[in-house]
Design a protein around this ligand. Structure first.
Ligand SMILES: [Zn+2]
Length: 380
């Protein structure tokens, strides 16, 4: 394993942060997987999963079982990790700019289309190489002006040529769920089985240039573009960049019991994809799926109509039907008690951590089956 330190450049005079990537295996010897944890720096289960995954990969390396290239960034956001205000931690947004750490990644397709289109031919693997070379060149040429831009460039350059990208996050209080672009669902399905995902949310370009989609969307968007211009008989573009956001339950779900299980599941997925040779007792068997994937556009936000104390009636993981009471919002001054109902049937997969809400705040999310939302599908 090779350890590389990436300096982000001075944020201010006398102050500079860095992040570390761990490199297992050999580039070009097979597929490449890239995993990072805690891009939203207050979402910590992934860091502990990385701690246990490093043990598994160290052992596999000693045993000579590495077949591909595996890159880990166990702490993806040193900027957010250091932010705090009045004894609270702020890990989702950079305080200097207000920007979400998981938005605003490079638009590779716009940057590379003109260059690669002329070079595409009948060989899908050759086309994959052409696209990846152009992506690497584009990100290498970026000149970040700020620490946040340097963070985005560093993470993107480590991941842009990977076949598999797993971005480890968590929600507030939640069951284990995944976000994935729908064209990649067949590739993602074994991961969902191994992790025991209880909800999978599929979309195509949910908006905001999140870390996962800025990579995975390049391939299907390029294919659609080439199809528009050349029709059905066109150069083949492989779906060569599966990127999945893995929501490792809720912010407080940090335990060795959960993290060792999740690390083993991720390791088994790497075995499944043949980045790590199976042990003598064979490749891990794939457990049954715990859910059918549902459209992100069918995910219902249950919002509070007024401020108050929240008393939940349902738990993460509960299946609800339309009309079910999810929670009450109570204003003890006016004695107003408002039950909040599900509009649609589905699985309650995440809910708020705080038990006080302001008007229009989301207190729960329900994965329904019939799309009804349009536009930007991600939360701020
Ligand atoms: Zn997150």
């Amino acid at each position: 394993m090779k350890r590389i330190t990436h300096r982000l450049g001075p944020a201010s005079i006398g102050s500079e942060r860095s992040l570390v990537s761990l490199h297992y295996g050999t580039a070009g010897s097979g597929e490449k997987a890239y995993l990072q944890a805690s891009l939203h720096a207050d979402e910590l289960p992934g860091m502990l999963v990385m701690h246990h995954l490093i043990d598994l990969l160290d052992t596999a390396e000693v045993e000579g079982r590495l077949r591909g290239e595996i890159v880990l960034v166990p702490v993806a956001n040193p900027i957010g990790l250091a932010q705090g205000l009045l004894h609270g931690r702020i890990g989702r947004f950079e305080t200097a700019s207000g920007e979400n750490f998981n938005r605003g990644y490079p638009d590779y397709l716009t940057a590379i289309t003109r260059e690669v289109e002329a070079r595409l031919g009948p060989d899908a693997l050759a086309n994959r190489t052409i696209v990846r070379e152009a992506m690497r060149a584009h990100v290498a040429a970026l000149e970040p002006l700020t620490e946040l831009m340097a963070l985005r460039k560093t993470l993107s350059s480590l991941a842009c040529d990977a076949d598999i990208v797993l971005d480890l996050h968590c929600d507030l209080e939640a069951i284990l769920h995944l976000y994935c672009e729908s064209p990649y669902w067949p590739q993602c399905e074994p991961l969902a089985r191994l992790l025991g995902a209880e909800t999978v949310l599929l979309a195509k370009d949910s908006g905001g240039a999140s870390f996962d989609e800025h990579l995975s969307s390049v391939w299907w968007r390029l294919d659609e573009r080439v199809e528009r211009e050349r029709g059905v008989v066109r150069p083949p573009i492989p779906l060569a960049g599966m990127a999945v956001t893995v929501e490792l339950r809720g912010q407080a779900d940090v335990s060795h019991a959960l993290a060792t299980r999740d690390a083993r599941a991720l390791f088994d997925f790497l075995v499944h994809r043949e980045l790590v040779a199976a042990a003598d007792d064979g490749a891990p068997s794939l457990p049954a799926l715990h859910c059918r994937p549902t459209p992100l556009a069918a995910s219902e936000d249950v919002n509070a109509p007024h401020a108050g104390v929240v008393v939940f009636a349902r738990e993460p993981g509960d299946d609800v039907v339309a009309g079910d009471v999810i929670a009450e919002v109570i204003d003890p001054m006016s004695r107003l008690v408002t039950p909040l109902h599900a509009k649609y049937a589905g699985r309650l997969y995440a809910r708020a951590l705080r038990r006080y809400v302001n008007p229009n705040e989301t207190i729960a999310r329900i994965a329904g089956t019939t799309p009804f939302r349009t536009g930007n599908l991600l939360s701020p």
